[in-house]
Design a protein around this ligand. Structure first.
Ligand code: UT7
Length: 316
């Protein structure tokens, strides 16, 4: 994982909007998050995370067959962040593309990489989730700006004959919910004008309550679907790594399946919601701490703008 050094705590928001540390902690679980400073971008974070993942995997740039970066906050509208990373790594001629599935992005990338590996097309795929949401947040909107943070996480997926790896993936979407979380202007539908920028239509808008209900029901569904598909019960899962959305959403969904709290990894108190980066940052931190280790079975669940949702069961 790679995180900006700048820590932004809840007291900062007390100084710019009508909110309190107490409200933010109670309603979301977030105590602090990281924000990029000048010179840091989605691709610099993505590249730093990618280098660490490759070092851990003992893999050189020339060993890669594909680079996928999940992001909704690219350095520029195009080209893909994955191409920036490819250049920085010196991974010459390696195909590189982004996936735009918001907070589900990393699990979508995992499912895509798995399909390429299972089909025999590729042996080694670098997947990254990287975001700089602080660049697209409306810091006058107290319902959303307190939630998000910046960061990146990455992993290398490799073909293996051993009885381990990605056992199951599921991806779904519902475009009817595309206005639940979105940036209204800046694309072909509503090109930017100075007036739209003034009205902050180039920043994220969110129906917090609507997303809350969707998130609880989809997380609950994903947990059940992933376990059913693999014939597993909560006793067989060593750790759930959910999208780091909101501690109340995570507790509500995981408790319905009777997952004990120690089997649900969260770090949103320190990093907030980093969208596509949240799952790989949580995985990297859980592995660094040794609470997730080789041989363990991990259940990933994520959901986000689109609306999109995705899950995966992986034995490391
Ligand atoms: O990756 C997915 C990204 N999206 C999300 O994570 C959003 C999911 N939704 C949520 O996490 C929650 O809905 C929020 C944290 C955004 C809001 O919490 P809530 O318990 O659903 O509050 P609410 O929207 O029902 O609002 C309750 C009150 C309102 O005031 P009134 O109308 O009751 O007077 C809001 O204006 O809380 C107010 N409020 C705040 N007060 C202090 C909203 N944001 C804040 C704030 N500080 N930052």
């Amino acid at each position: 994982m790679a995180l900006p050094e700048k820590v932004v705590d809840n007291h900062y928001f007390e100084s710019i909007i009508d909110t309190s540390d107490e409200w933010i902690v109670q309603r979301t679980g977030v105590r602090e998050r990281r924000h990029v400073v000048e010179g840091e971008t989605t691709s610099t974070l993505a590249t730093a995370a990618a280098r660490k993942a490759m070092a851990n995997a003992g893999c050189e740039a020339t060993d890669l067959d594909l680079i996928i970066c999940a992001t909704i906050t690219p350095d520029q509208p195009f080209p893909a962040v994955a191409c920036f990373v490819q250049e920085a790594l010196g991974a010459e001629n390696v195909p590189s593309m982004d996936i735009s599935a918001a907070c589900s992005g990393f699990v979508y990338a995992m499912a895509t990489a798995t399909a390429f590996i299972e089909s025999g097309h590729y042996k080694r795929v670098l997947i990254i989730g990287a975001e700089t949401l602080s660049r697209t947040t409306d810091f006058t909107d107290r319902g959303s700006c307190i939630l998000f943070g910046d960061g990146a996480g990455a992993a290398v997926l490799e073909a293996t004959e051993e009885d381990k790896g990605v056992r199951y993936t599921v991806m779904q979407a519902d475009g009817k919910g595309k206005d639940f979380i979105h940036i209204p202007a800046g694309g072909s539908r509503t090109p930017l004008t100075p007036e739209l920028i003034e009205a902050k239509e180039d920043k994220m808008k969110m129906d917090g309550r609507g997303v809350y209900k969707f998130a609880v029901s989809k997380m609950q569904w994903l947990l059940g679907d992933c376990m059913d598909a693999c014939g597993l019960t909560p006793d067989d899962i060593d750790m759930v790594i959910p999208h780091q959305v909101n501690s109340r959403i995570i507790e509500s969904a995981t408790s319905k399946h009777n997952f004990p709290i120690e089997k649900v990894y969260t770090n949103l108190d320190r990093f907030g919601n980093t969208s596509a980066a949240s799952v790989p940052i949580a995985l990297a931190e859980a592995m660094e701490k040794g609470v997730v280790r080789e041989g363990m079975t991990v259940l990933f669940v994520a959901f986000g703008a689109g609306l999109t949702w995705a899950g995966a069961v992986v034995t490391l």
